[in-house]
Design a protein around this ligand. Structure first.
Ligand code: SAM
Length: 287
């Protein structure tokens, strides 16, 4: 595997990304959340934070012109399977696949419609600078796969808008704590690795981005069924200023007795409950 301080020979064969973008006319499309990373030092840093890369399969969502894909391959990824919705990018990516024979497979399509648990050999991990417009929908889809089988993925190294990353990582009683924090922390340990400034992207987005590292837990933090957990958190945080005896009326005929059965004070608000409390409520609602 090449060391991170060397410039591996493959790099020299490829034109700079700006040339690739010009050659294939890859002007960024807002509707596809396209903000490209062109700095190979940065994309290699992201790739390194997902190490080890030399086993199994790295699944990349939205490679675009291939900046992060280059970083992954240069940092020694054994096999990258990249899913891209924008057909314009695929021709440019084919050049990259030729420079790394057998190590880059391209899938043209919408990642929301692809079951990533079937791709490549395990162990599988996802590394992606996610398209912002579908980042949380994709994450919830992958969490559902992990809920079925925690061994589906060994890790996810994902770039989100900073405020989304903070929501995933938020603790009870903080303003960012909500449905996404609970679903994510229920199934994964999460750490916020580093921020990426707006100027690092072409074109720059309106907000700062953050790389988050998610490690799937061998089993969920507490037993619960995911649809019930989603229902209960949606109801509770849908009216986050209200006491739970009020906000849970849409999921339980008698929220007071539901809460009492779980040893939770009915005057509490959603943001005061732990992930385990929500799991207890999800189990009680299911019954
Ligand atoms: N990985 C590249 C980089 O870091 O420079 C591009 C990242 S850009 C933020 C998001 C990429 O996701 C774009 O290339 C876009 O075309 C692609 N994309 C958007 N929606 C997608 C979807 N539903 N499925 C697959 N790719 C998608």
């Amino acid at each position: 595997m090449p060391s991170s301080s060397d410039t591996p020979p493959q790099t020299a064969k490829l034109p700079p990304l700006r040339e690739t973008i010009a050659k294939y006319g890859l002007g960024a499309r807002k509707a596809l959340g396209q903000h490209f990373l062109l700095d190979i030092n940065l994309t290699r840093r992201i790739a390194r934070s997902a190490a080890p890369l030399d086993q199994g399969t790295v699944i990349e969502i939205g490679p675009g012109p291939g900046g992060l894909t280059r970083g992954l391959l240069e940092e020694g990824a054994r096999k990258v399977i990249a899913i891209e919705k924008d057909s314009r990018c695929l021709e440019a990516l084919r050049e990259l696949a030729e420079a790394y024979p057998g190590r880059l497979e391209l899938i043209a399509g919408d990642a929301l419609e692809i079951d990533i648990s079937q791709l490549g050999e395990g162990p599988r991990q996802i590394v992606a600078n996610l398209p912002y417009n579908v980042s949380t929908a994709l994450l919830v889809q992958w969490l559902a796969l992990l809920n079925k089988d925690p061994s589906t993925l060994t890790a996810m190294t994902l770039m989100f808008q900073k405020e989304v990353a903070e929501r995933l990582h938020a603790v009870p009683r903080s303003k960012d704590y909500g449905r996404l924090s609970i679903l994510t922390q229920w199934l994964c340990e999460i750490s916020l690795l580093f921020d990426v400034p707006k100027q690092a992207f072409t074109p720059p987005p309106k907000v700062v981005s953050t790389i988050a590292g998610l490690r799937p837990r061998p089993k969920p933090l507490s037993p619960a069924d995911m649809p019930s957990l989603e229902r209960i958190t949606a109801a509770a945080f849908g009216q986050r200023r209200k006491m739970l005896r009020q906000s849970l009326k849409s999921v339980a005929e008698n929220p007071s007795s539901l809460l009492a059965g779980c040893d939770i004070e009915e005057t509490k608000r959603a943001e005061e409950l732990s992930v385990e409390d929500f799991c207890a409520l999800a189990r009680a609602v299911k019954q």
